[in-house]
Design a protein around this ligand. Structure first.
Ligand SMILES: [Fe+2]
Length: 434
């Protein structure tokens, strides 16, 4: 991880911004809302609020605060997510049965750690500040990841409520998909991975060369309208489109539509954070697994891009390195993907809207080394049985994603805000008999 030079004041100012944003996201949620864990992948809102606090307490305060004592001994056990080196932890799948500390008491914990963090940064000399900056900055980006997860998770919690609650925002007007365009990219020997002085996670490093055959990327995401055509053509009933593991999921899980779609008297509705509405054909399809994205691409006679094709394509024929100016990220407060807007001849929707599944397994880059100690568990130990997604989504905080950012989920995951962009050319496309 690299870091910009930060002054103590700038670090505290950024700390306060990130921390207060988490509380703003939780504000519309009652203590009861914040306690529910609707499935093992989902964590209660108050758990997210406490865990990101535990991260600062564990990785910054414990090693640097004089006379350190934990705010509460048992919180170390309750709010450790997956750090084996830190010690034992509470079972992830049972976070929803822990009623105490409640949402209010989690706020007290947050306030305590915030005061101690500000005090610590104010007392560090320049050398100590420089040493600690990268860990504090990692804490900012960690908390932003959980801001996105908090929204994905509460979406699932609210989806199970027959009252069809609204978190925030309003739906887009109904629209139809526009013409899908293609952008040609030359390929060749290209540089992939994080570059420059700004922050990155360790899994985006080191920058390295990859050879790409000439290829094409679709200029926007696949829409609900196009997904309805896939469904009408037997997309979920024809095994020839599916990877073997994906087809097994279709059969065992009864998949017949994206995760949040429900059929009411022949009309497809979609649960969103803006409420439950008829499926809007012009919006990007979302909450699909890697298996579904791959099956759609096979049905369309195309393929998913590799992560290197995506990254190089965004740099060459997309918005480049500036997600915040162009993407439908969480600061739009739409909390849902939006229509692509007019064609530009370049890649649209590259940042924001939906995380885009790639055909790349989540693996270490050549020369990757996780950091020493517990913090090295952050990314490296998950490099097995997961696929890479790129770009960010409508729940991603601004300042969090970038061209080299590598998100990852198992192939069957559907509760993340995921969609797809097609690729063509370059690597051979699967032949499917129609
Ligand atoms: Fe975490």
């Amino acid at each position: 991880m690299t870091s910009n030079p930060w002054t103590a004041d700038a670090l505290v100012e950024r700390y306060d911004q990130v921390r207060s944003h988490t509380e703003r996201l939780a504000a519309p949620l009652s203590p009861e809302d914040q306690t529910v864990q609707s499935m093992p992948d989902v964590s209660p809102t108050k758990w997210h609020r406490a865990h990101v606090t535990w991260f600062f307490e564990t990785f910054v305060l414990a090693e640097n605060e004089s006379g350190f004592a934990p705010f509460q001994d048992k919180y170390w056990f309750l709010f450790n997510s997956y750090y084996e080196a830190v010690g034992p932890r509470y079972n992830r799948a049972e976070r929803g049965v822990v009623s105490r500390p409640g949402a209010h008491d989690v706020g007290v914990y947050r306030g305590n750690v915030d005061t101690r963090m500000r005090d610590l940064v104010a007392t560090l000399d320049q050398g100590a500040l420089e040493k600690l900056t990268s860990t504090i900055e990692l804490g900012f980006h960690h908390e932003q990841q959980h801001q996105e997860l908090l929204l994905m998770d509460i979406k699932h919690v609210l989806s199970l409520n027959p009252l069809q609650p609204v978190y925030a925002g309003a739906p887009e007007p109904a629209s139809e998909p526009d013409q899908l365009g293609w952008v040609d990219i030359a390929g060749g020997l290209v540089e992939i991975g994080h570059r420059g002085a700004g922050f990155s996670f360790d899994n985006e490093l080191p920058e390295h060369q990859v050879y790409l055959e000439p290829y094409r990327l679709a200029d926007r995401l696949i829409t609900n309208g196009e997904w309805l055509a896939f469904m009408a053509d037997g997309g979920y009933r024809r095994p020839e489109f599916w990877l073997s593991d994906g087809w097994a999921k279709v059969k065992t899980e009864g998949w017949d539509a994206p995760f949040y779609w429900l059929n009411l008297d022949g009309v497809w509705l979609e649960h969103t954070l803006n409420g439950t509405w008829p499926v809007n054909p012009g919006l990007p399809v979302s909450h699909i697994s890697h298996y579904e994205a791959d099956a759609y691409a096979a049905w369309a006679g195309k393929r998913l891009p590799t992560e290197a094709e995506w990254e190089h394509g965004v740099r060459q024929a997309g918005p480049g390195e500036d997600p915040d100016s162009v993407g439908n990220l969480a600061d739009t407060e739409s909390y849902h993907p939006r229509a692509a807007g007019p064609a530009t001849g370049k890649l649209r929707q590259a940042y924001g809207d939906c995380w885009e599944w790639t055909s790349s397994a989540y693996l270490p880059y050549p020369g990757f080394h996780p950091a020493a100690g517990a913090i090295g568990e952050y990314n490296g130990k998950f490099m097995s049985n997961q696929m890479v997604l790129r770009g960010g989504c409508a729940l991603t905080p601004p300042g969090h994603t970038r061209a080299s950012y590598r998100n990852f989920f198992p192939s069957a995951a559907r509760w993340a805000l995921s969609g797809l962009r097609l690729a063509d050319g370059g690597a051979p496309t699967k032949e499917v008999a129609a």
